[in-house]
Write a protein that binds this ligand. Structure first.
Ligand SMILES: N[C@@H](CCC[C@H](N)C(=O)O)C(=O)O
Length: 258
């Protein structure tokens, strides 16, 4: 079988994206997905995304982590598939699509995609950390020397030690200024540090607001792969109108056989 694929990246979180509107892709084949994402034997990516038709929305996003298993919501992947839908001519500047965690509204301006994330109604305080779900589960831990942090070692210890097999994504954060935070993330399903995690930086912004470290209703986040901005509203213990904003770019197109 041969398929055309596209490679996209959003602040260095990279994805193989396939137009599966003709439903040709063998979706249950987790080994194939892991092979396509493999950085030595395959194309190489943090995840694989299928774009499919949907009766009620502009399109459907189906997301797999690089381990080959279907994942929970991917914020950077969501921004990338919106850019891909625009490239295919399915959408113009605005879209509403459906993903595993429900509908998402998004806008595209040049290379910048602004993606509306799910409302967050619960943030759990843990010793030295917060836990919340922004479409994917996230542990947010404030630390003082982010550069020196061994994210893979410490992240996997928390991911398996506290959250067990179901796991969580683990974010380490250091405040840079009043509204700016530096973030590094250990991603579940990749089981490694990635250059950026969209649902993760969203979780960081909301957790920092919840802890009183962020006073306003927006945050600039420096991920290893580049800058992102999070905007939100906060009323009656609910975070709503949450926007994840940043660049999403097509890197190349190719054909792969298996
Ligand atoms: N890179 C993603 C997060 C993807 C989901 C995650 N790895 C999981 O299934 O737990 C993002 O940008 O949000």
């Amino acid at each position: 079988m041969a398929a055309t694929f596209y490679k996209y990246q959003g602040t260095g979180n990279d994805f193989v994206i396939i137009d599966n509107r003709a439903l040709f892709f063998p979706k249950e084949d987790n080994e194939l997905v892991a092979f396509l994402c493999h950085r030595r034997f395959g194309i190489g990516a943090d995840g694989l995304i299928l774009l499919e038709n949907d009766d009620s929305f502009d399109f459907r996003m189906v997301y797999y982590n690089s381990d080959g298993k279907e994942g929970s919501m991917c914020g950077n992947g969501g921004r990338c598939i919106v850019a891909f839908a625009k490239f295919l001519g399915i959408i113009d500047e605005k879209t509403e699509f459906i993903a595993v965690d429900g509908p998402h509204f998004a806008t595209v301006t040049g290379d910048v995609v602004s993606l509306r994330m799910q409302d967050v109604t619960e943030i759990i305080r843990k010793p030295n950390a917060s836990y919340l779900n922004t479409g994917s589960p996230h542990h947010v831990q404030v630390i003082s020397d982010l550069k020196k942090c061994n994210v893979v070692k410490e992240g996997s210890k928390i991911r398996y030690g506290i959250y067990g097999e179901a796991g969580s994504n683990i974010n380490f954060v250091e405040q840079d200024s009043e509204d700016t935070f530096n973030v590094r993330t250990y991603e579940r399903g990749v089981e490694d540090e990635t250059l950026s995690c969209g649902t993760g930086v969203t979780a960081v912004a909301l957790a920092m607001h919840h802890l009183g470290k962020l006073k306003g209703n927006y945050a600039h986040i420096n991920a290893l792969g580049g800058p992102l901005k999070i905007e939100f509203e906060h009323k009656n213990d609910t975070y709503s109108e949450v926007q994840l904003i940043g660049e999403a770019k097509q890197v190349f197109k190719g054909e792969i056989t298996w």
